[in-house]
Design a protein around this ligand. Structure first.
Ligand SMILES: O=C(O)CCC(=O)C(=O)O
Ligand SMILES: [Fe+2]
Length: 377
């Protein structure tokens, strides 16, 4: 089996978007973001450990830049042809289970978003953008799923299947990350707990979420501003290109490069923190590329659909930095003992603005964060 040699970060890799965002918005965050540079020459390289479904040449970017490509295997002789339904495409391609699960989810998501607003209103957000349906006119609509009970009927079966497969896939990624950091088994995986499966009712709601987006129109514009996700790992798949990732020098239109069925794995703020900044949170944004040229001049698709799964640490699991420290991670600058993952998460959440609230509210959040950071000296 081929192993990916640990790649020494290039000078551009070292300047992650985490540092960039911190620079503008928080002096406290800036201090934390300096940690990797301080350790750079002292900490040993990561231990080679392959992320599943990630090509050897894409392995190193998750730790260095906070994102990588997940490539779904295709058997010989397959050609991409438009097909009537996810079901027939899956049958024709012998798709990977995750791939067939996201295709089914795209299909039902399209049906859900086609419903009249009055129908979708029934699922209107009750927890800000954290659960239910939201609409930001002129930009996007999305529905955030956290439990089976909170999922519209049309989405239920596909969402459950996708969530459970994703839970298993991302847990195995976390297990490989543990190995790369010389951590004991389960040091990171223990944070998954019940988040691994889509739970039934509100009483079992976990911190993790599955979000389905429909971005509007063909105008050339940014439809989700630069940010890093707050959880452990996120997985994004789009039906047309739109996601861009930060490579230390600029945004890379990563989805434009996908010639095979692929998705993007992103490291979040929790992973950055729990690995003592050995894995950087991946900066990203979503762009609408404008009208594509068509021969007939008729535009058949006016939307970009995406599926975003955000695996967050289960709130009740206790964080002990000592348990997470190895010769590869080095010691945490500010040790944490006996603090619940949910409590640490709140700290992180308060420091960042939410890109999925309305445009006006987002501006307010940004101003409040800037004022607080100025005030804190
Ligand atoms: O829709 C996408 O491609 C990504 C959206 C995103 O980054 C987010 O919701 O955090
Ligand atoms: Fe994101």
């Amino acid at each position: 089996m081929a192993t990916a040699a640990p790649v020494k970060p290039s000078s551009s890799d070292r300047f992650s978007i985490s540092n960039l965002i911190s620079h503008f918005w928080s002096k406290r965050r800036r201090r934390l973001a300096e940690i990797p540079r301080q350790y750079e020459d002292q900490r040993p390289p990561l231990i080679p450990s392959l992320l599943p479904l990630v090509l050897p040449e894409h392995q190193h970017t998750l730790s260095n830049l906070g994102w990588t490509t997940v490539t779904f295997p295709r058997s010989e002789g397959q050609t991409i042809v438009p097909s009537a339904s996810a079901e027939s495409e899956n049958a024709a391609y012998g798709a990977h289970p995750l791939q067939s699960a996201y295709r089914e989810l795209f299909e039902v998501a399209e049906k859900f978003f086609e419903l009249p607003d009055a129908e979708k209103e029934k699922w209107k957000s009750r927890l800000g953008s954290e659960e239910g349906w939201s609409k930001i006119p002129g930009e996007k609509e999305f529905i955030t799923l956290r439990t089976i009970g909170g999922t519209p009927e049309v989405l239920k079966a596909a969402a459950k299947r996708y969530w459970d497969l994703m839970g298993t896939y991302l847990s195995s990624c976390l297990s490989r990350i543990e190995t790369s950091l010389s951590m004991h088994e389960d040091c990171l995986c223990k944070f998954v707990g019940p988040c691994k499966n889509l739970q039934e009712g509100a009483q079992d709601r976990t911190a993790t979420m599955l979000r389905l987006f429909r971005y509007e129109g063909w105008d050339e514009k940014i439809v989700a501003e630069p940010h890093a996700d707050l959880g452990l790992l996120s997985f994004v798949v789009g039906n047309v290109p739109g996601l861009e990732v930060w490579d230390g020098g600029g945004f890379v239109p990563i989805e434009k490069e996908y010639v095979h069925p692929a998705g993007t794995l992103l490291a979040g703020r929790q992973l950055e923190r729990y690995t003592n900044f050995r894995y950087s949170a991946g900066g990203h944004r979503v762009v609408s590329y404008g009208k594509p040229p068509t021969e007939s001049g008729v535009l058949d698709k006016h939307y970009r659909f995406s599926i975003v799964f955000v695996l967050r640490a289960h709130e009740d699991v206790v964080v002990d930095s000592e348990e997470l420290e190895t010769e590869v991670t080095g010691n945490w600058r500010e040790p944490v003992r006996g603090v619940k993952a949910g409590t640490l998460y709140e700290e992180v959440r308060r420091m960042h603005f939410n890109i999925n609230t309305g445009i006006k509210e987002r501006e307010g959040q940004r101003r409040r964060l800037e004022a607080r950071n100025k005030g804190s000296g």
